[in-house]
Design a protein around this ligand. Sequence first.
Ligand SMILES: NC(=O)c1ccc[n+]([C@@H]2O[C@H](COP(=O)([O-])OP(=O)(O)OC[C@H]3O[C@@H](n4cnc5c(N)ncnc54)[C@H](OP(=O)(O)O)[C@@H]3O)[C@@H](O)[C@H]2O)c1
Length: 274
Amino acid sequence: MMTIAVLGAGKIGESLLSGLLQAGYAPSQLMFTERYTQRASELEHQYGVDHTDVVSAARHADVLIIAVKPQDIEPLLDELCPYVAPSKLVVSLCAGLPTAMFEQRLAAGTPVVRVMPNTPMLVGEAMSVVSGGTCAQETHLDLAEELLGCVGSVVRVPESQQDVVTALSGSGPAYFFYLIESMIDAGVLLGLPRAVAGRLIVQTAVGSAAMLREGEGHPTIMREGVSSPGGTTVAGIRELEKHGVRAALIDAVEAAHDRSVELGRVHEDGEPGE
Ligand SMILES: NC(=O)c1ccc[n+]([C@@H]2O[C@H](COP(=O)([O-])OP(=O)(O)OC[C@H]3O[C@@H](n4cnc5c(N)ncnc54)[C@H](OP(=O)(O)O)[C@@H]3O)[C@@H](O)[C@H]2O)c1
């Protein structure tokens, strides 16, 4: 039976463990590493999954999922790499770290899959985007997709597109939170209690997203569908256009992309950075 080790059981690592268990993986197939013993004991107690050390994980697990912060990657790789056989699959969830950086440290031929997840993984609604390194075969990508599929949706792109992914789905939750925050403020300005405005807007966001996800139509058609002639919605849309909100969003995503490219230059020589 395939065994999976989650290295670094922080927010993302714990969400993944929880999602894998909910999807039917047995606790005996899973293990995790964690620096703080108290947190490790709490997780063992909560999920019934064994805490282990990095070397045992490298020796015994078939799939090694790295979920430490990028700035913690160096000491982890120092400990891990000497014990990882090329038959193992290494899946990195570390934002911005290229597969080449792992390949340079691991035994030749070790398959590496890079994943850019996002915060909604915490509620099982992640958008995870996977890219294979030079030694990752179709079966490795399929397996990574299956595992990440336990905590949301998964899309596969060439690694060269990961900076766009970072700007769109990686940073995306922050942009939606910002929009929602602004709409709640508008409700408060117009006299609604904040809690009521919050409830209205959050459910409106969830409902709108559900319609989009269920393929009710193109967003433009759906927006036109709620904009009656001479009505309230179109009056609001005119203000959004007047204030350049569409252009501002495009600029925001472009700025996030450019920053991702800039941060990525640090790793071009295979060294980890911020
Ligand atoms: N959170 C997000 O929305 C998000 C989105 C996209 C990508 N990611 C990526 O997901 C990864 C995890 O993020 P996170 O938010 O879950 O971070 P986090 O909460 O800080 O979790 C990382 C965990 O790894 C532990 N750790 C660090 N070095 C270790 C080692 N050598 N051995 C064992 N455990 C170790 C940390 O312990 P300590 O508490 O001792 O530091 C911490 O518990 C990051 O690489 C991040 O780039 C996160």
